[in-house]
Design a protein around this ligand. Structure first.
Ligand SMILES: [Zn+2]
Length: 378
């Protein structure tokens, strides 16, 4: 299989170049659709059926599986969008310098799309039946929180045994076995305005009330156990000599395990159910919107299989945790053995220094193909 992939390297790089040079920020429907069409056509020519899930505002999502597929046990997740605004591809065209390739979305995750395609080509070349055991979901809005694709991913993932998520490998080549979950809350406090020089006793300070809340909220952080509560943004008051009649705080919370969600939510609600400054009113809005990707027994088992494969093909498999979110959280929360970071190696995603480690292209394509092959046998 390695020989086949090696021979395709130039074609792979050419396709990455073509995809990188198309602007496909999440908000640029035409560009995201164009990237989707190029990938869809490639798979169509390999005997795959493409189901396009139309989307008015963002790019269309694609569900792709082999025409002879019966109940695939593997779902492969990759996204078509990038974080970059229109015009970026024009300013920063794909280019190679030394061992690295640069350009918007080169590692997150246009080269991952190409890795999936060529892993499938390699399996077809081998006559391997694994190609009938995968179902691809390519979504268009991962970079803005998978607003219109979350339900689709969850629906398509149902009944699958494995989820392979194509976010890039870490800079050191590590796969990703856990991610923290994330939630956002907003606290609004209403007070009563009064002139602070003339009749301060008539005022009820919303800012003072919010200050009490902030202290209590931050005390909920438990970094050793992966819980963080951060009030990252506050606003309030109308002038320096007025007792403030309004104040707002925006809170980002992170959790390591789903079991932490409910107790934490209850504590936040409890803090906001009372007031420390009499006469103020506190209201709370928000929720946990990305569940954590947990490294559980199923993940460990899948990781064990991938490690064995790595040993055989000469890739040392390490895994790591990260705080950032991805669609892996959704399949993981459904109880599906999920491994992320199966794309090629690179770094500086979401910045103008984003790069792909070219030497990782062939090994990671081989790794993915062999994982699919192996999981389809058992
Ligand atoms: Zn990504």
């Amino acid at each position: 299989m390695i020989k086949f992939i090696e021979n395709e390297q130039l074609e792979m790089i050419n396709l990455i170049k073509k995809l990188v040079n198309i602007d496909s920020g999440s908000h640029l429907k035409s560009g995201v659709d164009k990237v989707g069409e190029i990938i869809a056509l490639e798979f169509f020519e390999l005997g795959f059926i493409i189901q396009e899930v139309k989307n008015d505002e963002y790019g269309n999502h694609l569900i792709i599986k082999h025409k002879q597929a019966i109940n695939p046990s593997i779902i492969v997740l990759a996204h078509l969008d990038t974080v970059f605004p229109e015009g970026t591809a024009g300013e920063r065209q794909f280019r190679i310098k030394g061992d690295r390739a640069y350009g918007p979305g080169v590692i997150d995750m246009k080269s991952s799309l190409v890795v999936v395609l060529y892993a499938v080509k390699a399996l077809i070349h081998e006559g391997d039946q694994g190609v009938k055991n995968i179902q691809l979901v390519l979504n268009s809005d991962e970079e803005i929180g998978s607003l219109t694709s979350r339900l689709l991913i969850e629906r398509e993932a149902k009944g699958k045994k494995y989820a392979l998520v194509m976010e890039p490998a870490r800079k050191n080549g590590s796969l990703v076995s856990s991610r923290r979950g994330k939630g956002n809350y907003t606290i609004s406090v209403k007070g009563k305005a009064a002139h602070s020089g003339i009749e301060p006793e008539k005022g009820r300070s919303a800012i003072e009330e919010l200050a009490y809340k902030i202290i209590q909220l931050h005390e909920l952080s438990d970094l050793d156990n992966g819980i963080s509560v951060n009030v990252g943004l506050i606003e309030g008051g109308s002038s320096v000599n007025t007792v403030s009649d309004h104040a707002v705080a925006h809170i980002d919370i992170r959790i390591a395990e789903m079991d932490q969600a409910e107790p934490l939510e209850e504590k936040i609600e409890k803090i906001c159910s009372t007031t420390d400054v009499a006469g103020t009113v506190v209201s709370l809005e928000g929720e946990i919107n990305r569940p954590p990707m947990e490294k559980n027994k199923k993940t460990e088992k899948l990781l064990g299989i991938i490690r064995e494969i790595g040993d055989k093909i000469g890739i040392e498999i390490e895994d790591t945790a990260t705080g950032g979110g991805s669609d892996a959280s959704f399949t993981s929360a459904l109880g599906i053995a999920t491994i992320d970071g199966l794309g090629p190696i690179g770094g500086n995603a979401h910045s103008d220094k984003e790069y792909l480690e070219l030497s990782s292209l062939i090994p990671r394509t081989l790794l993915l193909a062999t994982i699919i092959q192996r999981l389809s046998r058992s």
